[in-house]
Design a protein around this ligand. Structure first.
Ligand code: AMP
Ligand code: MG
Length: 411
């Protein structure tokens, strides 16, 4: 009598992710790139400012720099003793006078407030009448209020975005030290797959479908800063599969496949990976996305995603994304969660933790896509986030649920 192979136990997502991250050692080396080209890259050392930003106290308004103590009442008239445009140097302010200043201009020594132009009147050619009593410090931006000299403005492991590039430039950085790009080899598996462009829709053979995973996986990888080599659809034969994996392993950090990791499925990627390295098939207690494979081929990591498009998409976001961020030395890979009110009901939850495709209404409540099937990729386009629903949790309208914005996950 043959014992039935026992069903592998489901592992929690947190457990699987912890193991995966344990395998992700940050890639060695530092690249220096132009600050213009550093969007989306991972900073590989702390950036310390050698100067104050702004460098000197300056005015945030067009107007007049004054000593506030000299203006006890409205209507005081002061001679205008200097004119200070942005970018020029200021002389000390003579007592009993005002300096004409323009936004960004340095505050002259002695002045402690700026009266905006709209609250003054001309009083002859070289004098100004102050129509409102200033409070000390008004309209003055303090030296160092943005960045103090010696401060760490951006920390190692920070993912650089547009605002960070501007901040780096504000302390004089024209080049930035960033982590190397992970080199990722992408394979699609499945004899039913046809590439768009190769066969027109009306000539597709029965059972054939277009390869959609390849497109979003490439795009997701690129957004994470990876250099992608796409090996296309691997031919359904052992020898070419082994040859392709063997070649990919030589100069890639990660080999990523989609499809063919369901339990018991006959395909060639699994035995090929096993013959060259190691392979563990995991059953993760999430929906969509139960099957997932992790292994190694020589020095390259191997990850196998499920074939169902939404499963592939979601497991990428939950498992591959953090892994790739850690490879680049990220100091953070968890996407922030919001707590929002459900404007839907979910009476029959799964025993697995679910990631439901949902979107925010203008009033901040969540609506759910009506078809949550793992094959329905429309749900991922319609949605602007995922409801992270604990195992077995019924959701009633009005309940507060955990929500992760896709915008956080797909960048
Ligand atoms: P598998 O994980 O290989 O059992 O595939 C599960 C389902 O996903 C099957 O219906 C496949 O046809 C489909 N599928 C697999 N790979 C892709 C792909 N690259 N693009 C679109 N659908 C796919
Ligand atoms: Mg398949």
């Amino acid at each position: 009598m043959n014992a039935k192979p026992s069903r592998p136990a489901l592992r929690s997502l947190d457990d699987a992710l912890a193991e995966l991250l344990g395998h992700a050692q940050p890639l060695a080396g530092v690249e220096s790139v132009s600050t213009f080209d550093a969007d989306g890259r991972m900073l590989s050392r702390d950036l310390v400012s050698a100067l104050q930003v702004p460098p000197h106290d300056n005015t945030s308004m067009d107007g007049y720099a004054v000593r506030s103590s000299e203006i006890a009442d409205e209507g005081v008239t002061l001679p205008v003793t200097q004119r200070i445009p942005a970018g020029s140097a200021a002389a000390p302010l003579a007592p009993g006078s005002a300096a004409r200043v323009f936004t960004g201009a340095p505050i002259p020594d002695g002045a402690d407030a700026v009266v905006m132009q709209e609250e003054t009147e001309a009083a002859g050619d070289h004098a100004v009448r102050i129509m409102r009593v200033p409070t000390p410090g008004q309209w003055i931006r303090r030296s160092g209020e943005d960045v103090a000299r010696g401060a760490v403005v951006l920390a190692r492991g920070e993912r650089l975005g547009p605002a960070a590039l501007g901040l780096a430039a504000s302390i004089g950085m024209d080049r930035l030290p960033v982590a190397p790009r992970p080199r990722v080899a992408l394979f699609s598996t499945g004899d039913e797959l046809v590439m768009p462009g190769e066969v027109p829709p009306d000539q597709m053979r029965p059972g054939a479908i277009y390869n959609s995973n390849r497109f979003f996986l490439q795009a997701l990888l690129r957004r994470l800063g990876c250099q992608v080599t796409d090996f296309g659809i691997v031919p359904d034969r052992r020898e070419p599969t082994i040859a392709a994996l063997d070649q990919a392993a030589r100069d890639h950090d990660l080999i990523l496949t989609s499809g063919g990791v369901s339990v018991g499925e006959e395909d060639h990627v699994k035995p090929a990976v096993q013959s060259l390295g190691t392979l563990d098939l995991w059953q993760i207690a999430i929906k969509p996305g139960k099957p997932f494979a992790y292994g190694t081929v020589r020095t390259a990591h191997f990850m196998g995603l499920p074939g169902n498009p939404v499963s592939s998409f979601v497991t990428f976001l939950l498992l591959v994304r953090p892994f790739l961020l850690k490879l680049q030395g990220a100091n953070r890979w968890t996407a922030p969660q919001a707590h929002l009110r459900a404007d839907f009901e979910w009476p029959r939850p799964d025993r697995r933790r679910e990631f439901l495709r949902a979107r925010r209404r203008p009033d901040g409540t969540l609506e759910l896509f009506d078809n949550q099937s793992s094959g329905v990729l429309s749900s991922a386009v319609w949605a602007d986030g995922l409801v992270d629903n604990p195992p077995g949790q019924v959701i009633a309208r009005g309940d507060v649920v955990r929500f992760i914005a896709l915008a956080e996950l797909v960048q």
